[in-house]
Design a protein around this ligand. Structure first.
Ligand code: ZN
Length: 328
């Protein structure tokens, strides 16, 4: 399976080094009061069509930020709302038809991960049941600011999974195949940041890639010998955490996973520029299509830049059957 790395809109919170540890500096050319954080999403080419892992911000967030996002988080994380950085525009830039995105696997429903859902109204969306329930409950003032029902027009397409009934994956008790998606993409519950937060693991040729999303925020936190975080990101994680004990425990488990299985699993989080640029092989503020879309795809799903792709998933008759709601 081919995995592409998309940064679906950067955040530029105030705080500079105290926030991102200088991660964004190399790209930005100089030190700045603004930190740089990515919204690291994956686009996976599978036999069953394109699978998007997390969605970042979407075109509707770009068009109407105040109607879609809370004033509090707009001021705090300061997203750089460039439409060309949304998932749908980057996918188009690669020459794909966005309707070929058959599945979306979500780590959680925070505004900066779920904003792009509305751009893919036909995709089936996979997430943990606890995340859906907690987001819909809108229980606290903070929940109402982080979870934005304005972004959930695709609710009827959501498939939810119950934590605790899965299969083992590198010592993590619960991960399993998702309805309509082959077992090469699994959800790994990593609760703490939210109550239904999950990492998503994708099997690559030589290893697994685990997008741990917001289970941690800074690459230094995965250092097995001297885990460390910037003060700004430590504060942000504390502000946003739903279950501190679970969050800390899962960070320890991720460090242990990296130590014991580092050659078999590559772990990345959602918001670290350094991790993103290392894996993507390009600057975080450049859309993927700008560099790769002009080249013919390795596989012939679509001709670059074509409106109607040649041999699209649709044309290949790859419509998945609709199994009942899955539990694990
Ligand atoms: Zn996030």
């Amino acid at each position: 399976m081919r995995v592409h790395h998309l940064n679906c809109v950067s955040a530029c919170p105030l705080g500079g080094l105290l926030m991102d540890g200088g991660n964004g500096k190399a790209s930005m050319g100089n030190a700045s009061l603004s930190a740089r954080l990515t919204c690291h999403c994956l686009l996976v080419e599978t036999e069953a069509g394109l699978v998007l892992v997390d969605t970042g911000y979407g075109t509707r967030d770009v068009a109407d930020p105040r109607g879609r996002l809370s004033a509090f988080f707009l001021a705090l994380v300061r997203p750089e709302l460039r439409e060309e950085m949304t998932a749908i525009r980057q996918i188009e830039g690669m020459g794909f038809d966005p309707r070929d995105v058959r599945h979306i696997v979500l780590s959680h429903l925070d505004f900066d991960h779920a904003g792009g859902l509305d751009d893919f109204p036909e995709a089936r969306v996979h997430l943990l049941a606890d995340e859906r329930d907690s987001a819909m409950a809108q229980a606290t003032a903070l929940d109402r600011m982080r979870y934005r029902p304005q972004q959930w027009s695709t609710r009827h397409n959501w498939e939810v999974y119950v934590e605790g009934q899965g299969e083992p994956w590198f010592g993590f008790a619960c991960a399993r195949e998702l309805a309509g998606v082959r077992g090469d993409i699994v959800m790994v519950p990593l609760v703490g940041h939210t109550l239904g937060h999950a990492g998503i693991a994708v099997r690559r040729e030589d290893d697994w890639l685990l997008l741990a999303a917001d289970a941690y925020f800074y690459h230094g936190e995965m250092d097995p010998d001297r885990p460390r975080c910037t003060p700004g990101l430590a504060m942000y994680q504390t502000l946003m955490e739903k279950d501190r004990k679970a969050r800390k425990r899962n960070q320890r488990r991720l460090r242990e996973l990296g130590r014991a299985h580092g050659s078999e699993v590559t772990i990345v989080c959602a918001h670290d520029v350094l991790e993103f640029e290392r894996l993507a092989g390009r600057r975080h503020d450049v859309p993927i299509g700008a560099e790769e879309g002009r080249e013919p795809s390795g596989r012939q799903y679509a001709s670059a830049g074509a409106r109607t792709p040649v041999g699209s998933w649709r044309g290949m008759g790859g419509t998945a059957a609709s199994p009942p709601e899955s539990h694990w």
